[in-house]
Design a protein around this ligand. Structure first.
Ligand SMILES: Nc1ncnc2c1ncn2[C@@H]1O[C@H](COP(=O)(O)OP(=O)(O)OP(=O)(O)O)[C@@H](O)[C@H]1O
Length: 273
């Protein structure tokens, strides 16, 4: 955890949490916390306990040992890993916003605007791209005015440029609302650049720290191999242009173009540690 967060009360704290089911420990000795404005990313191989840890943090799964503390009246916004749709029934984006709880029209429009898909409010969920679907789910989570935003593999089904745009959006949401963010990374070797704390799980906490520290740690190298450690990528965005939700590109000087072929190759890059 970065020093800047220590003074604040944690939104959620896991203290030596263990979950025992069907004769085995799914996770054991897991401790971490998330503070307001802090971005915490969980990484780890399949079955390493990322979802179990998050579900325990949210109170969906009860720990067998250890303690989970949540701030009283904590509002949580949750973006699930999978969103299953009945493909035969049309579901307009604005109606999807009301599926779990009814919200005012103006609030829905504000949330859709914040995530950049207001122009898609009447479109069917079935017609959205992977990135647009994630934005719609994010908008729905934001309607809860969360203190803690939990994102389970938010960039699944999203291409590289879309991932950068989504990570930028998550950062903007953190900056504008001051919420804490807990994310499960879909890819072992990629974490968003703005991550304050990476928690690397393998049934227990294998290592933790800033993305750079984790990539350099012996535990991470032992778990994933030195080659993997060399390629822990931190997404960077040099801000020379922004992708507008309607597909156009706005450059740093404010000019807008209809396409971006000439800027793509040079402006987005992964920084390898
Ligand atoms: N209710 C349960 N009962 C028994 N075993 C479970 C239960 N829930 C999860 N598991 C097992 O616990 C382990 C951890 O699962 P979990 O979903 O937390 O891992 P994960 O790191 O999120 O995996 P993935 O990357 O595949 O999503 C897995 O082996 C899973 O099969």
């Amino acid at each position: 955890m970065g020093d800047q967060f220590k003074a604040q009360e944690a939104l959620v704290r896991l203290d030596k949490v263990g979950v025992y089911r069907d004769g085995k420990w799914l996770v054991r000795g897991v401790s971490f916390d998330v503070h307001p404005k802090e971005i915490v990313t969980l990484i780890g191989p399949n079955g390493s306990g990322k979802s179990t840890s998050v579900k325990t943090a949210l109170g969906v799964v009860q720990p067998t040992e250890g303690r989970v503390t949540r701030r009283p009246d904590l509002q949580v916004g949750y973006v699930p890993q999978k969103f299953t749709l009945d493909w035969t029934l049309p579901l307009p984006v604005k109606r999807m916003m009301n599926l779990t709880k009814k919200h005012r029209h103006a609030e829905i429009e504000r949330a859709l605007d914040l995530v950049g898909i207001l122009h898609l409010k009447s479109a069917n969920m079935q017609s959205l791209s992977g990135g647009e679907t994630q934005r719609a789910l994010l908008a729905r989570a934001l309607l809860m005015q969360p203190d803690l935003l939990v994102l389970d593999e938010p960039v699944q089904g999203v291409d590289f440029a879309g991932e950068i745009a989504l990570y930028e959006l998550i950062k903007t949401i953190r900056d504008e609302t001051g919420c804490g963010i807990l994310l499960i990374s879909h890819d072992l070797h990629v974490v968003m650049a703005q991550t304050d704390t990476v928690i690397c799980l393998n049934g227990h906490v294998c290592c933790r720290g800033t993305p750079k520290l984790v990539a350099e740690s012996d535990e991470y190298k032992r778990l994933f191999g030195a080659r993997a450690a060399q390629s822990l990528a931190v997404y960077q965005h040099d801000h020379d242009h922004t992708h507008l939700p309607d597909g156009r590109v706005m450059h740093a000087d404010g000019t807008i173009h209809g396409h971006c072929e000439h800027v793509h190759e040079t402006s987005h890059e992964k920084e390898h540690h």
